[in-house]
Design a protein around this ligand. Structure first.
Ligand SMILES: *[C@@H]1O[C@H](CO)[C@@H](O)[C@H](O)[C@H]1NC(C)=O
Ligand SMILES: *[C@@H]1O[C@H](CO)[C@@H](O)[C@H](O)[C@H]1NC(C)=O
Ligand SMILES: *[C@@H]1O[C@H](CO)[C@@H](O)[C@H](O)[C@H]1NC(C)=O
Ligand SMILES: *[C@@H]1O[C@H](CO)[C@@H](O)[C@H](O)[C@H]1NC(C)=O
Ligand SMILES: *[C@@H]1O[C@H](CO)[C@@H](O)[C@H](O)[C@H]1NC(C)=O
Ligand SMILES: *[C@@H]1O[C@H](CO)[C@@H](O)[C@H](O)[C@H]1NC(C)=O
Length: 927
């Protein structure tokens, strides 16, 4: 949006060089070779619809007529040579070849080919022939490649427009030569090109070009601080450095740029305070600083800019109260200061600025009452998410031009008649939510009429009633109120998206067929009881239905499985009983099916495998009595399968398909009655669990947002929905209301699995949680578990595992919870790293274990006999884990030698600390 605004502003306010669009007549016929060249040039392209609806200039280009009379062509009155071509937006499509006859018209002074489709063309070096050019406009022509060095021959250039070329690359020397040679350059529009090769001194070279009047370097991948030589550009009226990677502070030498009218610095990483240097920049009309890291107060000299029309400082860390001098902004139309740390009250002078159309102050820390508002031109007013108190001022209802009004999330109080808002007939969006002391009065016998309203947010206002509304809302949020009784049909017909969650509704009216516009319905966390009527399926356009956390009983209506648009169905935490619907259709669009914590019983319907888009299936805590639904393994997008706490039984067959459950990242079948060996094929082939997605720090905020696929344009919907599963991890049962994308876990616990733990489990590199506890597993802990370097929680407790704890497990750097208790493990507990953080509880109930943290010391009799294929094993040398410690970063021989030394002195820990590092080396040598 920023960019669009920026572009449109450029269009609005910036005067492009004026090419004469009418041709200049003269008596002499044009030169024959130039006439020929022009016709050839034209015929080398196909002509598509031009971008502006004006007669095509080249339609007047006819063989045998005077080319000086053709539209878009200017000739020199004396020599008769073609000196100007104004062919912007002519709809040319095709390649601008190096052999194009265009390059034969060498007397050109102005050349405008902007907004044509020369896709696949390169910026040819022959442009260097046009040494007479003063104006060159190739913006939005889709010419790509490196700018040829010959462009620096154009020493007479006054205006160069190469905007809109993500494909164009500037070499440092080329730009430097150009600006040094073209000493009359006044306009340089190079936005959206690649200047990442530019170092500081070439930027300086540009900025020494004191003839420049306009400079646009938007989105040019510029880096580093703004060079101080900027101050040389004293004639600049237009400057954009927006959307780059500039850092450092804003140089105070900006104060020299006293002719600036437009200044765009938004979308960088500029930091520090805004310098107090605006005293003499009196011509500034548009000033964008948004989306940087600026802090401190807005400097007072800024408030002297009484020509300002548009000021955007949003998304910074600006603090302190707003200056009363803001009253000087008599011409201000747009003011964005949202998403900062501003405090204090809103100056009343701000709310009476005569020209103000848009005022965004949301997401700050503003306090105090809202004074009376007399900026009658206001269309967009957003004060939400502050700490504003007191009444909504009556004058707000006189702002007849308001389109958006947001007062949500404040501490507003008092009594407001909802009727008053109907005075604002241009309102499109009204948000009053989260003002717990605000009391909204409805008259029950009145039907409220809004002609334009599409979004109404009245969440968390302690409403006990809601009136009839006329008009068609896109989204209505009444969540977290005290609405009670029956959800009526007219309410269901009010809006396309309806959030009624967290209220006190006890029933739903028999739903009529008129409600078929409803797309999203959230009735979760109410007091709904009894059977769910099949009339729910009269909501035939439903995409999202959440009835979770109520007290419904009875069967799930079969028809729900056939609602043609349904993508998310959440019925969790009710008392539904009986079997699952068994008629999921092949055209099902279901993405999420949450039926957990009900009383559902019987078999899994095979038709579930028709739901090809299914990503989440949660049936936790029901009474399903079936074998494992192997046929789900073909679902390509299934990410979460939770079947824990049911009565599932039998062996899990190792069906030999190539990629079973290819997308699965959470697999939880805990607390059932499964028997037989662990499903080895799954452990080996869960593709999604093998891929470790490299995550940046703040990626922990990345969530599996079903809404993304659910609604691409979720700007209007008010129902935000995340899937939730309860996972047992790190020893704590927690409900993840949002599933972080990289949370990968397997839980087979509390079943009757027997046999060994397959070695293949070591291939599931992305695993964060592995719980195999409370089964009948035997054999050793596979060494391959050391490869699960992302593992945070490992629970193998209450099995019959034997052998030693593999020393390699100390390499699991992310491991926070380890439970190996109640097995038959023997030998010395590995020491070092994470293992130093585990307590007795991790090991208790293994009579053969010894060493820290257990009080039982290890004697020689603790070690098992050496095995033949384990030559370099601890046993062979009889000093336990110690070679591991030595192996960190040391050569093998050195390792063994020191290891032996360590055995003798028996004080290894300091060594581990000193050498640290990764012990892979030793492992490699062994195998
Ligand atoms: C223009 O017309 C002349 C003869 O009338 C012809 O020789 C020439 O090829 C034509 N040029 C083009 C570009 O069609
Ligand atoms: C220019 O070169 C291209 C191929 O490189 C060729 O197809 C085209 O006919 C040539 N045009 C002229 C006017 O010579
Ligand atoms: C500067 O422009 C002149 C005239 O076109 C040209 O001869 C000269 O080579 C150019 N210098 C550079 C460094 O490009
Ligand atoms: C441009 O500014 C720099 C530093 O601000 C200064 O050293 C240099 O002399 C200036 N150049 C011109 C041509 O004024
Ligand atoms: C506003 O915030 C500043 C710090 O940013 C603090 O010093 C000042 O006391 C605050 N003023 C009010 C009115 O809260
Ligand atoms: C609405 O009802 C109230 C009393 O309940 C009455 O005073 C008022 O006139 C009614 N308004 C309309 C528009 O019928």
């Amino acid at each position: 949006m920023e960019k669009c605004l920026l572009l449109s502003l450029i269009l609005l306010f910036f005067h492009f060089p004026s090419f004469s669009s009418s041709s200049s007549f003269n008596s002499s016929l044009c030169h024959h070779d130039e006439s020929f060249a022009l016709l050839q040039f034209k015929s080398s392209f196909t002509i598509d619809t031009p971008c502006v609806k004006s007669p095509m200039k080249t339609a007047t280009w006819k063989n045998g007529t005077d080319c000086c009379s053709w539209h878009g062509v200017t000739c020199d009155t004396v020599s008769g040579h073609v000196i100007g071509l104004n062919l912007g937006c002519e709809g040319f499509q095709g390649i601008l070849h190096p052999n194009s006859t265009l390059f034969n018209i060498v007397h050109l002074q102005t050349l405008n080919l902007s907004n044509n489709g020369f896709y696949g063309s390169y910026f040819d070096s022959k442009f260097g022939r046009f040494t007479s050019l003063t104006h060159l406009d190739l913006s939005n022509t889709h010419v790509g490649g490196e700018i040829p060095s010959q462009i620096s021959y154009l020493s007479k250039l006054q205006s160069l427009h190469l905007s809109g070329h993500y494909e164009l690359v500037w070499k440092e020397t080329t730009l430097k030569r150009l600006v040094q040679n073209a000493t009359s350059l006044r306009e340089l529009f190079l936005d959206y090109s690649d200047m990442s090769s530019l170092r500081h001194n070439s930027m300086d070279a540009i900025f020494n070009q004191s003839s420049l009047i306009s400079l646009d370097l938007t989105d040019c991948e510029l880096q580093g601080p703004i060079p101080p030589s900027f101050s040389n550009l004293t004639r600049l009226t237009f400057l954009s450095l927006a959307q780059n990677n500039l850092n450092g502070s804003i140089p105070s030498s900006f104060s020299n740029l006293q002719n600036l009218i437009h200044l765009y610095l938004s979308g960088n990483s500029l930091s520090g305070q805004i310098p107090d240097v605006f005293g003499r920049m009196t011509k500034l009309q548009v000033f964008y600083l948004a989306s940087n890291k600026l802090e401190g107060q807005i400097p007072s000299s800024l408030f002297n800019l009484n020509q300002l029309v548009d000021l955007d400082c949003a998304y910074n860390k600006l603090e302190g109260p707003l200056h009363n001098k803001i009253a000087g902004f008599q011409k201000l139309i747009y003011l964005r200061l949202n998403d900062n740390l501003l405090n204090g009250t809103i100056p009343s002078s701000l709310l009476s600025l005569p020209s103000l159309v848009l005022l965004y102050l949301s997401n700050n820390r503003l306090t105090g009452p809202i004074s009376e508002i007399s900026s009658y031109s206001l269309e967009y007013l957003s004060l939400c998410n502050n700490k504003l108190q007191g009444d909504i001022p009556n004058s707000i209802f006189n702002l007849a031009n308001l389109i958006t009004l947001c007062l949500s999330s404040n501490n507003l109080s008092g009594v407001v008649n909802f009727q008053d808002f109907t005075k604002l007939q241009k309102l499109d969006s009204l948000s009053l939510s989260h003002n717990s002391q605000l009391s909204l009065n409805f008259e029950y016998n009145v039907t409220y009429h809004f002609s334009q309203l599409t979004k109404l947010d009245l969440s968390s206002l302690s409403l006990t009633e809601f009136p009839k509304l006329l008009g068609k809302l896109e989204s209505l949020d009444l969540s977290n109120n005290k609405l009670n009784g029956t959800v009526s049909n007219w309410l269901l017909e009010t809006s396309r998206s309806l959030n009624l969650s967290q209220n006190l509704f006890t029933s739903i009216d028999q739903i009529s067929r008129n409600s078929d516009q409803l797309g999203d319905l959230d009735l979760s966390f109410n007091l709904l009881v009894g059977n769910l009527s099949v009339s729910i399926c009269n909501l035939s356009s439903l995409e999202f239905l959440n009835l979770g956390h109520n007290n419904f009983t009875g069967n799930i209506p079969q028809c729900l499985a056939n609602l043609p648009s349904l993508q998310i169905l959440d019925l969790q935490m009710n008392n539904f009983y009986g079997t699952l619907p068994n008629n999921f259709s092949k055209s099902s669009k279901l993405i999420t099916l949450n039926l957990n914590d009900n009383q559902l019983e019987g078999y899994f319907p095979k038709s579930l495998s028709h739901c090809e888009n299914l990503q989440v299936l949660n049936l936790r805590n029901n009474k399903m009595e079936d074998k494992f639904p192997v046929w789900l393994q073909t679902l390509q997008y299934l990410k979460v399968l939770v079947l824990r706490d049911n009565k599932l039984h039998g062996h899990i067959a190792n069906l030999k398909i190539r990629h079973p459950f290819p997308s699965l990242v959470i697999f939880d079948i805990s607390s059932n009655n499964f028997t037989g060996p662990l499903p080895k094929a799954y452990l080996k082939y869960f593709e999604a669990m093998k891929k470790v997605t490299q995550v940046k720090d703040d990626d922990s905020l990345l969530y599996m947002e079903m809404m993304l696929s659910y609604r691409a344009d979720n700007t209007k919907g008010n129902v935000s929905y995340y899937d939730s599963v309860t996972v047992t991890t790190k020893g704590i049962k927690m409900t993840l209301t949002k599933i972080p994308t990289m949370f990968v876990s397997i839980d087979f616990s509390r079943n009757k699995f027997n046999g060994g733990i397959p070695n293949d489990i070591g291939e599931l590199h992305a695993l964060k949680g592995l719980n195999l506890s409370h089964n009948r597993l035997t054999g050793p802990i596979p060494q391959s578990i050391q490869n699960l370097t992302n593992l945070e929680s490992l629970d193998l407790s209450s099995n019959m595992l034997t052998g030693m704890i593999p020393a390699e497990l100390t390499n699991l750097n992310s491991l926070e919870v380890l439970d190996l208790s109640n097995n038959h493990l023997v030998g010395e507990i590995p020491q070092g790293k994470q293992f130093n953080t585990f307590t007795n509880d991790s090991y208790k109930g293994n009579l053969g274990l010894c060493g820290l943290p257990l009080s039982k010391k290890c004697g020689p009799e603790q070690h098992s006999p050496p095995s033949a294929n384990n030559f370099w094993s601890e046993e062979k040398f009889g000093f336990g884990w110690k070679p591991v410690a030595i192996g960190y970063g040391c050569g093998f021989v050195f390792g063994i030698g020191l290891g032996y030394y360590m055995f003798l002195i028996g004080k290894p820990r300091w060594f581990v600390m000193i050498f640290g590092g990764h012990p892979k080396r030793r492992v490699n040598r062994r195998t």
